[in-house]
Design a protein around this ligand. Structure first.
Ligand code: PEP
Ligand code: MG
Length: 759
């Protein structure tokens, strides 16, 4: 049964559009289950009806015609109950409704299972038989498995289909909406530009071209290059391979012949598709065909074809314009399967209006960077067929995490109004720069910034930051091809220290691993967030750690505003070892004649183990800083990067709030200052709560600093403490959120969290 399931799913995956997807499902399931009928009813949200979309066994003329309201028929009943219904004789069920013209009256046995994708009902998959009999448990289990596996494919095909319909039109009548999560608030309107990582065939966007001749020439050049490469590899391995293995190289070359793959690709280019898109489509078709073959040897050939495809793509990418030469359109909305921090730097800032990532979540590092740059961003739009939206107009709503492709004029106007309101609110906040973050009853709350990019410094100073609470040193490491030298690092760090002096600058030691790999230092792990991350990597590589510390100390010569912070610490030994290495670097530099001061040293509280050791850490260091992004992930056991569980990543979870309050109290018992540099401090409501908990410094992205200052200046410390007292005993994060919003509104700060968004 498993093999049947695998083959059906594979074949369905290979179908090019929704109609074929549904057609393959009903034909294959009917055959596999040996039933008389298999049908799919899909939910039409607008009409609020289930529509018969495909059938094997009922009257085909009813497809697209026959439909049921939400509470009609056994199909409606399956949808309402969201569970399988298995009946000996459907006609005897109280909900049974016969739809004229379908020919359904001949069938008695009925098994309907709901098709559910990410908690929303897409439709119902039904099998029927003439006999009066109940389907057995194994049949029911198979249908449930089938439906669960196919739900994602159907959702994707539905989304792609609706896009294809609108792609050719000037403006759509109904706005095509995709749900993701907020990465950075704000609204952006502009054309989609899809960015593909190198040699990722699946991610290549489909793009129309005018100069077909030039595109064919480009393709032929790439082809010739691949042929030469393969021959060269074949020759160099000739002595080490057996003759049948050597033949593989000849097979590769033959596959590239004009009457094989190459011919098909050229035919696609002649239809107006660019070479990379044509390559992706043709290779995709062949890979699917081979994957479906019964013979394991032939099935394996799919890998060869994929490999050939990747080689050709690499050549085409190398011969294409370098990223820096691409002319990006005005108001570019950059779209990627997985947005990386490095990609953000590829588009000129004045052209970059919004960011859209199919994978990742609001707490991924790309989103954190986007927030520090203030670029509206949506993450985790998992159902977006991103390779099909190149060049299409997009509205990106960074408040709600929604994306609209090819929107209507009316919707666009609504969002243009929001952009105008946003600009008005921001203009109103500009006057706050020189004013202190002081509550109405005179409590002073220091507001610092998180930085990483060179441009962050000017923006932060411009917005009145009083210090840097977190400089993410890994960011300059990520946009290079190898580890930067001590001198290079020193120069980069000096820029931050100098610009802020005499204000304090907190430099975090290299925090790689997790979702922050370095291209030149790959770490392959099954559980990267529980693996070799942060301080674990640098203590295992003291040569990397020491170079970085030396660079920091040298950069701070004569400035005396450096604080060094250690990430992902789980035990005191890590602190002791790090301090030893820092002291070693200080001693060495002094011996070399540098005038370096002992820096302040701090520990980040990012994992539950650290929460219960705050006092032990506090006795050994000068300051404590909470990384609430990771702390939330580890406390709630929710991968901060995974869009599937993004809804469970809740900053206002009672456990998170309790932990944060506990950390502040514990640090203060040792008279050590405690700050927070996670994203929670950047939320006006969160900032008020953290202030009430006693945090000594709030560090946040520069974009949100004025809003947080505005909120603090609008509340009294007494009121903030009263709010915390009420919230800390609440159980439900949603209610906590609501109470925060209501309080902000009552204080006249209602516009701060977000403007009103059209539904
Ligand atoms: C955190 O985890 O809260 C933090 C500030 O570090 P990062 O987001 O860089 O992991
Ligand atoms: Mg962290």
């Amino acid at each position: 049964m498993l093999e049947t399931l695998r083959k059906i799913v594979q074949e369905v995956n290979a179908a090019p559009d929704l109609e074929s997807v549904l057609d393959v499902i009903v034909r294959r399931v009917q055959r596999a289950m040996r039933t008389d009928v298999c049908s799919i009813y899909l939910l039409d949200q607008e009409r609020e009806r289930y529509v018969l979309m495909a059938t094997q066994g009922l009257n085909k003329k009813s497809v697209g015609q026959a439909s049921l309201s939400l509470d009609e028929g056994v199909v409606g009943h399956v949808g309402q109950r969201a569970e399988p219904i298995n009946l000996e004789d459907a006609a005897t069920h109280s909900s049974y409704t016969y739809i004229k013209g379908t020919g359904e009256h001949k069938f008695h046995a009925f098994l309907g299972v709901p098709i559910i994708h990410h908690r929303s009902l897409l439709g119902v998959l039904v099998i029927q038989q003439k006999a009066i009999r109940k389907f057995d448990e194994a049949e029911e289990a198979f249908m449930v498995t089938m439906s669960a596996q196919l739900a994602g494919v159907i959702a994707h095909a539905e989304a792609t289909g609706s896009l294809t319909q609108v792609a050719g039109q000037e403006k759509s009548e109904s706005d095509r909406k995709f749900e993701g999560v907020s990465g950075c608030i704000g609204v952006a309107i502009g054309p989609a530009v899809v960015m593909t990582p190198l040699a990722d065939l699946d991610g290549v966007p489909e793009r129309k071209i005018d100069d077909i001749k030039a595109e064919i020439t480009k393709f032929k050049q790439a082809l010739a290059q691949v042929r030469r490469d393969i021959k060269k590899v074949g020759r160099s391995l000739a002595k080490r391979l057996r003759s049948e293995e050597r033949e593989l190289f000849d097979v590769y070359i033959r596959m590239l012949d004009d009457n094989a793959l190459a011919g098909e690709i050229i035919a696609r280019i002649k239809e107006g598709q660019w070479a990379q898109g044509a390559l992706k489509l043709v290779i995709g078709e062949h890979v699917k065909q081979f994957s479906l073959m019964d013979d394991p040897y032939l099935r394996e050939r799919a890998t060869d074809i994929k490999d050939l495809g990747r080689r050709m793509l690499t050549c085409l990418q190398e011969s294409g314009p370098a990223l820096s030469e691409i002319v990006f359109p005005e108001n570019t909305i950059l779209v990627a399967d997985e947005l990386t921090p490095a990609m953000l730097g590829e588009v000129p800032t004045e052209k970059l209006m919004g960011l859209l990532s199919v994978n990742g979540s609001g707490n991924s590092h790309a989103a954190i960077l986007a927030r520090s740059m203030g670029i509206p961003t949506v993450m985790g739009a998992v159902d977006l067929p991103y390779t099909r939206i190149e060049g299409l107009p997009v509205i990106l709503d960074g408040y709600s995490g929604r994306v609209f492709v090819n929107p209507s004029d009316d919707l666009e106007q609504c969002y243009r109004d929001i952009i105008r309101e946003e600009n008005e609110v921001n203009a109103g906040l500009e006057g706050l720069k020189e004013l202190p973050a002081e509550t109405t009853d005179g409590y002073r709350m220091p507001l610092w910034v998180n930085t990483g990019l060179v441009t962050d410094v000017a923006r932060s100073l411009d917005r009145g930051a009083e210090g840097i609470g977190l400089y993410r040193t890994e960011i300059p490491f990520m946009i290079r091809d190898f580890f930067p030298s001590e001198y290079d690092q020193m120069e980069t760090y000096r820029r931050q220290l100098e610009a802020f002096a005499p204000r304090p600058v907190t430099m975090r030691t290299l925090d790689i691993g997790g979702d922050k790999p370095l291209p030149y230092f790959p770490i392959q792990e099954d559980n990267p967030f529980l693996g070799w991350r942060g301080i674990r990597v640098t203590l295992d590589h003291p040569e990397i750690f020491l170079v970085q510390i030396r660079a920091m100390l040298r950069a701070a010569e004569g400035l005396d505003n450096l604080r060094i912070m250690l990430p992902m610490v789980t035990n005191v030994q890590e602190v002791e070892e790090s301090k030893k290495l820092i002291n070693q670097a200080v001693d060495e530099l002094r011996e070399e004649g540098h005038v370096v001061n002992q820096p302040l040293i701090g520990v980040m509280i990012e994992v539950p183990a650290a929460v219960y050791q705050v006092r032990r850490f506090a006795r050994r260091v000068d300051f404590i800083s909470v990384g609430s992004n990771d702390l939330t992930q580890y406390l709630l056991a929710v991968d901060r990067n995974n869009p599937r569980v993004a809804g469970l990543y809740v900053s206002y979870h009672p456990a998170v709030l309790k932990a944060l309050q506990f950390i502040a109290r514990e640090a203060h018992k040792e008279n050590v200052s405690v700050s927070i540099c996670g994203e929670m401090a950047a939320d006006p409501g969160g900032a008020i709560l953290l202030m009430a908990m006693g945090y000594d410094v709030l560090s946040m992205n520069a974009t949100n600093l004025p809003k947080v200052k505005y909120a603090i200046r609008g509340v009294s410390f007494e009121r903030a403490k009263d709010l915390l007292d009420r919230i800390i005993v609440m159980d439900d994060p949603d209610k906590i959120h609501m109470m925060l919003r209501k309080t902000l509104k009552d204080l006249g700060l209602g516009q701060l969290p977000r403007p009103t968004i059209p539904d």
